[in-house]
Design a binder for this molecule. Structure first.
Ligand code: PLP
Length: 403
């Protein structure tokens, strides 16, 4: 459909919650997507951190079609074989514990908080229910996760929010020490704040947070919705930091384009849930869990080593741009293939749109930050082409800005 027509219909029939980019994408393969005019783009945001294996990975398509022919949905009142197999695979690659499957990142986080609250109540009695999260964090759009999210601008219009959430500054251990108390149930953190602008937690901060949580009998929950599934070069980002959480939440890349969420808890915590405590009609269905099982098989240790190497290469090439545009790029942050460029001037949107025009999709977070989350299968030659286009855009926009 023609773009102008699409925009009219979107305006007429869809709630205006997104500023759509002026492109009608209709096909994807690997790192590339195509619009309805046949124009090719490098998808450097991977459907916002979802298409970690690239678009239409042949093994994923094959698994999806095969399972769709056999069984797409049954209720969780029955055993679901692909669900159990997926849970086993996740546990083998995280820590001894148990999984629950939901449909999105926000839902995974909701479930994790419910579990943490029930565990605290059972172990320590009522009142130990406070959840600490970080300022600038993002945990989802449900009312509960909006309350958890540490960004006032996203929640202003939706009060009253869910009580029991407080925020601290990331990487400020003394502040955390002050806020954590006998009423605290859990500390919920993203190992790297993705939506907030790619701000990594310090390893030392996470280590100290872990020991504080142990001292105060507080659960440590990592929201790995964006950082998980190989994005940072290990299957989950906490494995980079060497700090083991009590619960992790997963979504995005786990389904390779199908909606899925999951929370994984250490066994003694997981076991406080009883039948009826939590549930989902679609969560853990055979179609999505079969596909997710294949995703995990593909993201093996060898695959992750390549991601680490590719991430280092991307970073090195971006650093060359800093040398070229020292007045425009302030810093580069992130880990593996979750990369943020902070600009010194409010040009992130302009550069993003110019790159889109030139065939590279990146994402601007506000005026100053450009985020890159390419498919993990991206190759160095493709990175060279992307850097070249970013270079051109920065040159053009930077020069225009000076004049
Ligand atoms: N948590 C984090 C860290 C996220 O990045 C996101 C989405 O971007 C969410 C939670 C919410 O996930 P979903 O949109 O699948 O509900």
């Amino acid at each position: 459909m023609e773009l102008q027509k699409l925009a009219e219909l979107d305006k007429k029939f869809h709630m205006p919650t997104y500023n759509r980019l002026p492109v009608n994408l209709i096909r994807g393969k690997g790192v590339k997507v195509w619009d309805n005019q046949g124009k090719e783009y490098f998808d450097c945001i991977a459907g916002l951190g979802v298409m970690n294996l690239g678009h239409s990975h042949p093994l994923i398509v094959e698994t999806l079609c095969q399972q769709a022919r056999e069984l797409m949905h049954v209720t969780n009142l029955f055993f679901i074989e692909p669900q159990i197999e997926l849970a086993k695979k996740i546990i083998e690659r995280t820590f001894p514990g148990k999984c629950f499957f939901a449909n999105s990142g926000a839902e995974a986080n909701e479930g994790a908080i419910k579990l943490a609250r029930k565990y605290s109540k059972k172990m320590f009695g009522p009142g130990k229910s406070k959840i600490i999260t970080a300022w600038n964090s993002f945990h989802g759009r449900t009312l509960g996760m909006l309350s958890a999210t540490g960004q006032e601008k996203k929640k202003d219009d939706f009060e009253p929010l869910v009580p029991g959430f407080v925020h601290v500054r990331l990487n400020e251990i003394e502040e955390l020490e002050k806020v954590i108390d006998k009423e605290t149930c859990a500390l919920l953190l993203e190992p790297i704040q993705g939506e907030g602008g790619v701000y990594p937690a310090d390893k030392g901060y996470l280590e100290k947070a872990r020991s504080l949580c142990d001292q105060k009998e507080v659960l440590l929950i990592f929201d790995e919705v964006q950082t998980g599934m190989g994005r940072t070069g290990t299957l989950f980002a906490y494995q980079n930091f060497g700090v083991r959480p009590d619960i992790i939440t997963i979504a995005k890349g786990l389904g390779s384009g199908l909606p899925i969420g999951c929370f994984v808890a250490q066994e003694k915590i997981a076991n406080v849930f009883k039948p009826g405590d939590h549930g989902s009609t679609f969560g853990g269905g055979p179609l999505v869990t079969k596909v997710a099982g294949k995703v995990l098989e593909i993201i093996d240790d060898e695959f992750l080593q390549v991601v680490q190497k590719t991430g280092r290469y991307f970073r090195k090439e971006l650093e060359k741009l800093i040398s070229k545009y020292p007045d425009l790029i302030n810093e580069i942050r992130g880990l593996g293939l979750l990369i943020g460029l902070e600009l010194t001037e409010p040009l992130a949107e302009k550069i993003t749109l110019d790159m889109l025009d030139k065939g590279v999709i990146v994402n601007n977070i506000g005026d100053y930050i450009i985020r890159l989350l390419p498919p993990l299968i991206i190759e160095t030659e493709q990175i060279d082409l992307i850097i070249d286009i970013m270079d051109q855009s920065m040159g053009t926009i930077g020069v225009k800005n000076e004049s």
